[in-house]
Design a binder for this molecule. Structure first.
Ligand SMILES: CC(C)(COP(=O)(O)OP(=O)(O)OC[C@H]1O[C@@H](n2cnc3c(N)ncnc32)[C@H](O)[C@@H]1O)[C@@H](O)C(=O)NCCC(=O)NCCS
Ligand SMILES: Nc1ncnc2c1ncn2[C@@H]1O[C@H](COP(=O)(O)OP(=O)(O)OP(=O)(O)O)[C@@H](O)[C@H]1O
Length: 245
């Protein structure tokens, strides 16, 4: 018996950009469109932080008492409770966002695992199926703040486009302070400085190694209202659809 396989056209787009630049806002606008799926690399990272291997490795690096908290969880069918240790992201964040070396140690553990998960998801979404699917192109977005820092633009062979979202530091800092009220101005500023600056990010994305194969879109979001950003967004989507046609 012959099996017919149907392959839907998928266009894979990475969204990167600094903290507070507007990646999530952009994704919220994308969610209103048809044929769009968005995968968030921060969420993949949060799952990776729950893997026993990761917990063991990070406790060795940073000290169990410094980065974990204990949780009461159901351990069996009869609702018995047990204690388990989980990574406390606030504690870990406070350590790594103020210490470049420690951030590098964390990245060495996390980035390969997150990258592997992104490729697995991409393989799943792009594999042929036995049922006839929609003929329209699926736009598969990966929102990954540190996409360029992690070298995923070069290491993961999945991209059709890379979108770089940018906002000036003062703007980004004000947005972070408004959104994360537990952070001080110094902490917000340290988080921005822990990442690539806009200039380097744009230059990295526009480097021939990647821009010769992948469409690069630089998106400035220094606006004070979502309405102003929406106008820019509409234009970007129109061009994205033309490229996919
Ligand atoms: C440091 C951790 C524990 C903080 O967790 P928390 O829930 O507070 O933040 P969350 O994961 O939601 O990230 C929020 C933002 O912080 C910035 N950020 C996160 N990790 C990093 C990093 N390694 N380098 C620079 N900036 C980072 C990004 O802008 C991200 O969008 C967590 O971010 C982490 O494990 N980071 C390492 C893995 C990683 O790089 N994740 C980001 C994938 S895009
Ligand atoms: N054009 C805009 N007008 C008004 N507010 C905005 C605009 N863009 C973003 N914001 C606000 O700024 C804050 C940060 O934006 P957003 O969460 O989209 O950034 P981000 O790049 O996803 O940041 P992070 O990496 O920290 O998750 C949010 O509260 C958002 O509502």
């Amino acid at each position: 018996m012959t099996h017919i396989e149907y392959k839907r056209k998928v266009r894979t787009i990475g969204i990167c950009g600094g903290i507070g630049s507007g990646k999530t806002t952009l994704c919220e606008l994308l969610r209103n469109l048809k044929n769009v799926e968005i995968i968030n690399a921060d969420s993949i990272g949060h799952h990776v932080l729950k893997e026993p291997k990761t917990i063991t490795k990070l406790c060795e690096l940073f000290g169990e008492q410094n980065i974990t908290t204990t949780n009461e969880v159901k351990v069996n069918e009869s609702e018995e409770l047990g204690i388990t240790k989980v990574i406390d992201r606030v504690k870990l964040g406070n350590i790594v966002f103020s210490d470049k070396k420690k951030m590098e140690q964390l990245n060495q553990v996390m980035w390969p695992r997150i990258g592997d998960e992104m490729v697995s998801i991409w393989k799943e979404k792009t594999k042929p199926s036995q049922t006839k699917e929609e003929e329209s192109t699926l736009f598969l977005f990966f929102e990954a703040a540190v996409l360029l820092e992690a070298q995923w633009h070069l290491q993961l062979n999945i991209w059709d486009e890379l979108w770089v979202v940018c906002a000036d530091k003062v703007k980004a800092c004000a947005r972070i302070l408004k959104r994360n009220s537990h952070l001080s101005a110094e902490q917000a500023s340290a988080r921005i400085d822990a990442q690539m600056d806009n200039e380097k990010r744009i230059a990295t994305a526009q480097d021939k190694k990647i821009s010769s194969k992948v469409h690069i879109e630089v998106i400035w979001n220094n606006f004070d209202t979502i309405k102003e950003f929406q106008d820019v967004f509409n234009d970007i989507i129109e061009k994205m659809q033309k490229r996919a046609a």
